[in-house]
Design a protein. Structure first.
Length: 366
């Protein structure tokens, strides 16, 4: 923009320069901190046996490159450009640097990151809980295939989580799920106290064939979500409260009573869905067989839902991602990021219940 067309007094121009300079410094400082965290994670992940990857230092912009972005944007600040426009320009420039560097190093990354090796790494602990969840992803291209990404998450008796397997497929049937669970057993996972699944008979039957002595818990979160679609919006809070009365009852007997009241109340509104609730009742109430402090982690899988949401948000940046970066590699890096984060965080209630869960695992029949 021509300076003469938007003349500003020197004092105003200087004030604006100071304002934009401070905001840009803060913005670039945050960008640099994010990059530094990515570097630290990559160095940690490269030394971990769970990720067969090499950190590529040239794949992130240097402080000098960010400095050039700062100087270029600062020159345009006094001439009517809004802070958010400058922020957008900075973001685009940083993404461009990342894209170019990843493209230059993409071939080496493909050789280093091996999903098959990651999926074969040994599992040296037994699990109190096994979760299975998925997300749907539409791949780009002429075919536009809807690909499902399945996440298998294990929780130890101490409450530490880990994504132990991921699967990419349009749809998985019984033989595919049996192969997945057999692979877990062959990797060393011999004992699982309970599996938490959505309403999928293929998963249930395959899981029971490989781990016949494990219990099964249907997800209240999933059942509630599916049924809410049939409930009028103004009655949805009432429905949610009635579901809470089922799983928040102090005893199984009280829960069954509330369950019957729930079915009778909502059967006329959503008859098909209530039939499903009735069929799944025994599996929905399995959590009463486990210690009270961890029951909320069985009937409520909101934390898993939030995890899937984070993975899904990752692909909002796909347009900036170079073609040489396979989706599997992006997912694998995110998986290891979660595993690193979870390695020091316990799920609620496991500190109090870990002794009981250990005893249950010791008496488990293989």
């Amino acid at each position: 923009m021509n300076k003469n067309s938007t003349y500003l007094p020197n004092d105003v121009e200087n004030m604006l320069r100071i304002y934009f300079k401070n905001n840009l410094k803060q913005l670039l400082s945050e960008v640099w901190e994010d990059i530094q965290l990515d570097q630290q994670f990559a160095h940690h992940a490269a030394s971990s046996s769970s990720l067969h990857a090499k950190f590529i230092p040239n794949a992130v912009p240097s402080r000098d490159q960010l400095g050039h972005i700062h100087d270029s944007a600062l020159q345009t600040a006094p001439y009517g450009i809004h802070t958010r426009d400058i922020a957008s320009a900075v973001t685009s420039a940083v993404m461009h640097v990342l894209q170019m560097n990843y493209a230059n190093n993409g071939a080496g990354m493909e050789q280093e990151i091996d999903l098959d090796i990651w999926k074969r790494r040994p599992i040296n602990v037994n699990l109190s809980i096994l979760y299975v969840d998925f997300m749907k992803l539409q791949t780009r291209g002429s075919s536009s295939i809807h690909k499902f990404i399945y996440f298998i998450v294990g929780v130890t008796d101490k409450g530490y989580r880990e994504i132990i397997d991921i699967c990419f497929a349009p749809k998985l049937d019984y033989p595919a799920w049996k192969e997945i669970f057999m692979n877990l057993r062959n990797r060393g996972l011999q004992k699982i106290l309970i599996g938490v699944f959505h309403e999928n008979n293929c998963i249930k039957e395959a899981f029971c064939s490989v781990y016949p002595y494990a219990a099964i818990q249907r997800s209240f979160t999933f059942m509630q979500k599916e049924t809410l679609r049939k409930i009028e919006k103004h009655r949805q809070p009432e429905f949610v409260d009635d579901v809470k009365k089922i799983y928040q009852a102090s005893t199984r007997e009280d829960s069954i009573k509330n369950f019957k009241l729930f079915l009778n109340k909502w059967k006329s509104t959503a008859p098909t869905e209530m039939n499903q609730w009735e069929k799944q009742r025994s599996l929905l109430l399995t959590f009463y067989e486990f210690p009270d402090p961890i029951r909320c982690n069985l009937y409520n899988t909101n934390w898993m839902k939030q995890t899937i949401s984070e993975f899904r948000s990752q692909f909002k940046l796909i347009p900036h991602q170079p073609a040489s970066e396979p989706i599997e590699h992006t997912i694998l890096r995110k998986v290891n990021e979660f595993n690193g984060r979870w390695s020091t965080r316990r799920l609620k209630g496991f500190k109090e219940a870990s002794t009981t869960l250990r005893k249950m695992l010791n008496h488990y029949k293989e």
